[in-house]
Design a protein around this ligand. Structure first.
Ligand code: EPU
Length: 422
């Protein structure tokens, strides 16, 4: 098992390139199922979650290869429309094969995903959406079995809102199923995340007819077939935000390439409140921090609100703020596994229901800590770079799910992180 040993505090400088978006690439890989033939994603990141999705698609019959031109997905033959428990339990995004397989094969059996470290992650809204398109659904030994009616799926008007707002992968699933349905589908309360828009743009390039992209009302006119495509996914705004926090927490200056600040308005707004300077450049942004860390209140929300996937990283930053901050989690009210670990590093954080009250401290002190989920582990790496002494982060496999060789990329700009296999 790999661990990180992080020596801090460090100053960073230089430039860092953001990889293609994990959460855009995963559903776009599933979208390749809609079009028999070879699709290519030139900018697919090389991550454990992407490899799990490759394994899942291969188990359905697809052939997948990677070379210097990108990730090649050949979906000419899809003869086993079954999402196996062993694969889906490792990566919940596996659920986004539901819509494409239903549209292409008329039947799909997929393991019901379980809960995970960030809380319950139900899929009731996904099922409600595909049911509205005419699918028949039942449960069989922990598997969802969904079948399209004899004449295929039929477009309709669907409200996809839930208790926590819109759903990203739920919108993806219903939108993908609707591209090949008969007639027009209207999704109300669709997720507006840039990754959902990227999928919609990709589907349109494949021949779909989707309008309202990026808005909560998507209109999808069904078409007879889609064609395979070469489609580069957008830069990963969560990875970009993580590197921006790296600059801020180490009081450094970094140039971040391949990120679109237009996707990060809520994030840059909070950075500026905290005293971090963020300047747009042709390819991304320059981030610098030369003041003290001002306290700030943050509430996570569906896009365009502040993303839950940057909540843990901002908590590490505000732990060093001059004053009190409050972070409220409105998407996953239990996504606070990092709180106890940051407190082990001398932070002063107190959880109160879905909020954490942060009393800023002068310094963080290195300690052995445990990664619990992808973003929580990123927060611990950030805290380790600012803390005094040697921080050891266990269970680094969580971070490898979503950041490719993060230690090498941060070391290239001045961090001191060693990966060790123990
Ligand atoms: N929800 C329901 N019912 C559903 C679906 C969702 O109640 O059927 C609830 C969820 O429990 C949550 C809220 O709705 O409270 C939003 O969840 P959403 O469905 O949008 O999450 P997701 O699509 O499963 C994606 C990202 C997550 C990210 C969330 C929120 C991918 C592969 N995953 O998950 O990313 O946190 O949207 O933005 O796109 C990560 O990258 O670390 C990660 C967890």
């Amino acid at each position: 098992m790999d661990i990180f040993e992080i020596n801090g505090p460090v100053r960073l400088s230089g430039s860092i390139d953001v990889a293609g978006s994990k959460n855009a690439a995963l559903p776009i890989m599933a979208a390749a199922l809609l079009a028999p033939g070879e699709s290519v994603i030139p900018t697919a990141p090389d991550l454990v979650d992407i490899r799990s999705m490759e394994t899942l698609l291969e188990s359905l019959g697809a052939k997948i290869t990677r070379d210097e031109t990108g990730l090649h997905l050949n979906t000419t033959v899809i003869d086993n429309p079954v999402g196996d428990y062993e694969i889906v339990r490792k990566m919940r995004a596996g659920i986004c094969i539901l819509g494409p397989l239903l549209a292409r094969c008329g039947k799909v059996k997929i393991s019901m995903p379980g809960g995970c470290a960030i809380g319950d992650r139900p899929i009731d809204i996904h099922l409600r959406g595909v049911k509205a398109l005419g699918a028949n659904i039942h449960l069989e030994s922990g598997y969802i079995v969904a079948e399209a009616p004899a004449g295929g799926l039929v477009g309709t008007q669907i409200f996809l809102g839930g208790p926590f707002g819109s759903t990203v992968l739920g919108t993806d699933n219903v939108m993908m199923a609707a591209t090949l349905a008969k007639g027009t589908t209207v999704i109300e309360s669709a997720a507006c995340e840039p990754e959902v828009a990227d999928l919609a743009n990709c589907l349109n390039a494949m021949g779909a007819k989707i309008s309202g992209i990026g808005s909560p009302r998507l209109v999808i006119e069904g078409v007879k077939e889609l064609k395979p495509i070469t489609y580069p996914v957008i830069g990963d705004r969560i990875e970009a935000g993580t590197f921006m926090v790296a600059a801020a927490i180490t009081k450094s200056r970094l140039t971040i390439n391949n990120c679109n600040l237009d996707h990060m308005l809520a994030v840059t707004d909070r950075f500026r409140q905290i005293g971090v300077q963020v300047e747009k450049t042709a390819t991304g942004c320059e981030v610098s921090m030369d003041s003290f860390i001002h306290p700030a209140d943050i509430t996570t929300q569906p896009y365009p609100g502040f993303p839950t996937d940057l909540q843990a990283q901002f908590m590490a930053l505000l732990a060093l703020g001059e004053g009190n901050s409050v972070i409220t989690e409105k998407i996953y009210p239990d996504r606070f596994m990092h709180v106890a670990e940051l407190n082990r590093m001398a932070a002063n954080l107190r959880k109160e229901g879905p909020s954490v009250i942060i009393a800023g401290v002068d310094k963080l002190i290195a300690a052995p800590v445990m990664a619990s989920d992808l973003r929580a582990s990123a927060a611990l790496v950030l805290a380790g770079m600012a803390a005094e002494g040697k921080t050891t982060v266990q269970r680094v496999y969580h971070i490898d799910r979503g950041y490719h060789r993060i230690e090498e990329r941060l070391n290239a700009v001045g961090a001191k992180i060693q990966r060790k296999n123990i």
